[in-house]
Design a protein around this ligand. Structure first.
Ligand code: NDP
Length: 463
């Protein structure tokens, strides 16, 4: 297709865009990838990766306390926020370099500029004002935190973007939201010594998760000293007169004085000003690009991948969608992304690892459901004396014996659920779990030793 400057032009250098661009270039395609901020996107620069580093940082506090039970005397630990930020920045810069190098070594052109669509095959590079053409265009611009513009004082609040680079660690923080980001950051800041209040509009945090995970994590967080306000929302945020601090008032009449208010109220697709209207690309009412099963937009030369399509906002999903695009368009193997049975982890403390149906969802879809549930004190907590509980749960279709869902609250739940994800994807039954030998002594052995159902649900009711 010599008529175009490129075979493929990718807008957005995050997980999905870089993968599509790098692999297409490795197949000999003439590719350019444009990114307006930093290569690596949300996950690497201001999401999953720095978040996990912060989770590690915040856990030392409990490790130091637990050490005494095992005979260790640790002096008075001190924490240096600026040192953590500097170490994190160094690692993120290294990873960004790897992303750039991966594109470069495979022959993709790296364009450090915002790019906007002009028409179905033309892109304008904002930095230079130049326009270029491409046979195919992939939009992988991700999402951005919902700014909650209707909240008076929202401009005084931070989002997860700023949380990674605060000039100093707040003394007290109020976090709004009950999803992944809110609970992860509530635990991070608490572990770093910040006084944390979390405010959520619903009856229980993590609305789409199994109730045992939601209640178990809630209790663990409150036991640690995190304050959780339910069925309440912030109505106003104002600066304290004469300087330092913010005052948040809530619908239920609370007045909360903090240094920082963080909004974690979901993420919106990054489509504003992208030229989608000019190119004729259709969006939904939330501004997400509408795609078919193959990630094609309504414009035949334009595809969209990852968070900008608001299908499942997870890094591995964006990467998978990119690989399906490559298989379909460049390898002659039409492949539809598989969004079923996605295992996921919440890096709260304790962690949640989950795959498949919650008990509530299974009860609605299956006539009879068996629930196998274990709640126990993890072995490490015996000598440390820490009061904490691990919960493991399997949700099983009584008729077929198929395991419909697996849910874990506890240490390394994310690691465990990755492997459970393989089993569920392969259609594992409860009988397969029963004939699997336990690995002893581990926490995960509970998963293969829960022989009797804890209870059953028939037609949605517990019996
Ligand atoms: P989530 O969708 O997980 O949570 C958003 C929260 O904000 C929900 O509790 C929601 O309530 C609440 N909310 C939304 N709008 C309002 C409002 N107007 N007023 C009050 N509350 C509101 O989004 P996050 O921002 O936490 O994270 C964005 C996405 O990023 C996640 O969906 C996830 O896919 C991804 N992510 C994944 C991580 C991981 O894999 N570990 C970590 C971080 C993010 P309600 O539930 O009632 O709708």
């Amino acid at each position: 297709m010599g008529a175009y400057d490129y075979d493929l032009f990718v807008i957005g250098g995050g997980s999905g865009g870089v993968r599509a661009g790098r692999v297409a270039a490795s197949l000999g395609k003439r590719v350019a990838v444009a990114e307006e901020h930093r290569f690596g996107g949300t996950c690497v620069i201001r999401g999953c990766v720095p978040k996990k580093l912060f989770v590690y940082a915040s856990q030392f506090h409990e490790h130091f306390e637990d050490a005494a039970g095992y005979g260790w005397q640790v002096g008075t630990p001190t924490f240096d926020w600026k040192a953590l930020i500097a170490a994190k920045d160094k690692e993120i810069a290294r990873l960004e370099g790897l992303y750039r190098r991966g594109l470069d070594t495979n022959g993709a052109e790296i364009i450090d500029s915002r790019a906007e669509l002009v028409d179905a095959h033309t892109v304008r590079l904002v930095a230079s004002g130049k326009t270029v053409t491409a046979e195919r265009i992939v939009i992988a611009t991700g999402g951005a935190p919902n700014p909650h513009a209707a909240l008076p004082g929202h401009e005084l609040c931070i989002s997860s973007n700023e949380a990674f680079d605060l000039p100093q660690l707040p003394r007290a923080i109020l976090i709004a939201g009950g999803g992944y980001i809110a609970v992860e950051f509530a635990n991070i800041f608490h572990g770093l010594g910040v006084q944390v209040t979390l405010i959520y509009r619903g009856q229980e945090i993590l609305s789409r998760f199994d109730h045992d995970m939601r209640q178990g994590l809630h209790k663990a967080m409150v036991d640690k000293g995190i304050r959780i306000l339910l069925t309440d929302v912030i109505e106003n945020v104002a600066q304290v007169e004469g300087g330092g601090g913010l005052i948040a008032t809530t619908k239920n009449g609370e007045t909360i004085a903090v240094d920082t208010v963080m909004l974690a109220l979901g993420r919106d697709p990054n489509t504003r000003g992208l030229g989608l209207e000019a190119a004729g690309v259709a969006m939904d009412e939330r501004g997400a690009i509408i795609v078919d099963a193959y990630s094609r937009t309504n414009v035949p030369s334009i595809w969209a991948l990852g968070d900008v399509t608001n299908r499942v906002q997870l890094t591995p999903v964006a990467i998978h969608e990119a690989m399906c695009f490559i298989d379909t368009e460049y390898r002659g193997k039409p492949t539809v992304p598989d969004h079923d049975l996605i295992a996921t982890a919440v890096f709260s403390q304790p962690e949640i690892g989950t795959v498949g149906l919650s008990e509530e969802d299974a009860a609605q879809r299956y006539a009879e459901v068996e629930v196998y549930r274990a709640e126990f004190r993890p072995m490490k907590a015996t000598l440390s004396g820490r009061a904490e509980k691990t919960i493991m749960k399997l949700v099983v279709d009584a008729a077929s014996r198929k395991v419909l869902g697996a849910h874990i609250l506890g240490h390394d739940a994310g690691e465990m659920v990755q492997l459970l994800g393989i089993s569920l994807k392969a259609g594992v039954t409860k009988d397969d779990f029963d004939r699997t030998m336990a690995v002893h002594p581990t926490a995960s052995e509970e998963l293969v030793t829960m022989y009797q159902p804890s209870y059953r649900l028939r037609d949605g009711r517990r019996v």
